[in-house]
Ligand binder design. Structure first.
Ligand code: FPP
Length: 243
């Protein structure tokens, strides 16, 4: 398959769900003598474009790590800059879900977020809940372990209420209580910027994911890098523990 002169693997070799750890924004900004927030701004623009590219290519679900439960430790100005980028992106996301039929979900605990931001997030989730286009997951105040604790609490409450029997709890029942319920697990996780760790991203869901680590910084990431990651994924022989 070819798009805009970029060669891509055939549809049957593409991942259904791609996870992206948008890393390297700070380094990108520092390299040009700009504040870290400038890197996040460019990073948010790149994400918007990559979602469009994934949609064109035929990828069904894209999950991006925008803000982790650990990111609150960053300077307050940087936290505010990321939240403001989310605010302005939310307005465009709303237009996009109407036009392109995308379904938007936020993964993570919205409780500590500003009330206006939280309301906008809930509104765009509700407005797009029945859309059948690309699914866009944005992880905000997300941590994979916290997500598992939340699922365990839900299961425990249901067991206490006599709705389920502890010994009958299955993997599927746990998956159904994660933020990603109903979606396929990520087949491919891309982490640019040279770091090679999961950093508490989709801990349960990535059990069988292929990882592609790339040297490019996220603000420089483009469709050609995406194609490179998709080719790498297509080349790997996925056996799921079989032979
Ligand atoms: C990691 O790079 C990036 C983040 C912690 C924030 C990512 C957030 C955005 C791109 C903006 C909000 C997102 C959307 C979708 C509107 P880093 O800062 O750790 O980079 P470094 O490792 O070079 O310091």
């Amino acid at each position: 398959m070819e798009q805009q002169g970029i060669s891509l693997p055939a549809q049957e070799f593409l991942p259904r769900h791609v996870g992206i750890i948008m890393d390297g924004n700070g380094r990108w900004a520092q390299k040009q003598g700009l504040p870290r927030s400038a890197g996040h701004k460019k990073g948010a623009e790149v994400f918007e474009q990559i979602v469009k590219d994934c949609d064109e290519i035929g990828i069904k679900v894209v999950t991006a790590y925008a803000f982790s439960t650990e990111n609150w430790k960053r300077p307050q100005a940087e936290v505010e800059a990321i939240m403001n980028l989310l605010r302005s992106y939310l307005k465009r996301l709303d237009a996009m879900q109407k036009k392109d039929n995308g379904r938007i979900r936020f993964l993570g605990d919205k409780t500590p977020l500003d009330a206006d931001l939280r309301r906008m997030m809930e509104e765009v989730e509700a407005a797009s809940a029945n859309n059948s286009g690309i699914e866009i997951n944005i992880a905000v105040n997300y941590g994979g372990r916290a997500e598992l604790v939340r699922a365990a609490q839900t299961l425990a409450r249901q067991a206490m209420a006599g709705e389920i029997v502890p010994g009958d709890i299955t993997e599927e029942m746990l998956s159904d209580r994660l933020y990603t319920h109903g979606q396929p697990d990520p087949d491919l996780i891309i982490r640019p910027s040279g770091e090679e760790r999961l950093s508490n991203f989709l801990v349960w869901q990535s059990a069988y994911a292929e990882f592609v680590f790339m040297d490019v910084l996220w603000p420089d990431f483009n469709k050609e890098h995406l194609a490179e990651a998709l080719w790498e994924y297509a080349r790997r022989n996925r056996r799921f523990g079989g032979v």
